[in-house]
Write a protein that binds this ligand. Structure first.
Ligand SMILES: Nc1ncnc2c1ncn2[C@@H]1O[C@H](COP(=O)(O)OP(=O)(O)OP(=O)(O)O)[C@@H](O)[C@H]1O
Ligand SMILES: [Mg+2]
Length: 247
């Protein structure tokens, strides 16, 4: 399996305070990787460095074979990003917002309508595509955010807390959509979250970050085996809490 993300001692400090501490991480092609950790652990900061949106203080990263510091455009062209807070033009419809993002990404005009339609279908918004984005509910906004990142047909996507603020049905639909996209398009997905059962439902491998350090990485079964010792099979929650207490 080829690594689509590879970091070597990737480090970020703000005003001398280290918030990502010598991160060594590999994510393989086609997997859904869960990036776990409590508030302030450094998850978003890591994603921003991998996207070339913030510069590391030390260390290196390769994303789809590119260095995000030296070749940020090459990375941005191929990587989709759903930020923690998605923003749209509220006085444009969902379809218009998508077309706008498509043009920004240099999708040829003749291909654009088909691509927009396909993305609306993929996220289940086709019937509501002509509503103003400003009138969208939280769940619809999250889905429009996914549609926007799909328009450039990325090989790799970063979803930062994609289910935040969604109701239980919205959460289920989002998780199913992530699995479907990964399966049908062979996309590699990195999902950051602190919602453990959600991650457990869709991720093959997880990394747990605490205070800027990657304290554990592996399949949920591998982490469970390392944490074993009790008389029951530990859940991801048990594993997480163990690192949390040791953290
Ligand atoms: N622009 C910034 N300037 C200074 N400090 C920052 C900046 N961005 C993040 N930090 C700090 O870096 C640390 C890690 O933040 P980060 O946003 O990466 O955490 P996170 O794991 O994404 O947390 P959450 O689960 O709350 O989203 C925090 O202590 C935060 O205050
Ligand atoms: Mg964050």
């Amino acid at each position: 399996m080829a690594a689509v993300i590879q970091t070597r001692d990737l480090t970020k400090a703000y005003n001398g305070q280290v918030v990502v501490d010598r991160l060594n991480l590999e994510v393989e092609e086609g997997e859904i990787f869960g990036f776990l950790g409590p508030n302030g652990a450094g998850k978003t900061t890591t994603l921003l460095m991998l996207l070339g949106l913030t510069e590391p203080t030390a260390g290196t990263a390769r994303v789809l074979g590119h260095d995000p510091v030296r070749e940020p455009l090459a990375v941005k062209r191929q990587v989709g990003y759903l930020p923690e807070h998605v923003g749209f033009y509220s006085d444009l419809t969902a379809r218009e917002n998508l077309a706008y993002v498509g043009r920004l990404n240099q999708i040829p005009e003749e291909e654009l309508p088909r691509r927009v339609e396909e993305c609306l279908e993929a996220v289940g918004l086709a019937a509501e595509a002509d509503k103003l984005a400003g009138a969208y509910s939280r769940g619809m906004r999250q889905r429009l955010g996914i549609a926007e990142l799909l328009i450039k047909q990325p090989k790799l996507v970063f979803l930062d807390e994609p289910t935040l603020g969604l109701d239980p049905d919205g959460i289920n639909r989002m998780l199913e959509m992530i699995v479907t996209l990964s399966r049908e398009r062979g996309m590699t997905v990195v999902v950051s979250s602190h919602l453990l059962h959600q991650v457990q439902r869709i991720c093959q491998r997880v990394g747990i970050m605490m205070g800027g350090r990657l304290v554990a990485v592996g399949t949920i079964e591998e982490l469970a085996r390392q944490a074993a010792g009790g008389d029951h099979e530990p859940s991801l929650e048990d594993i997480y809490m163990r690192y949390f207490r040791e953290g």
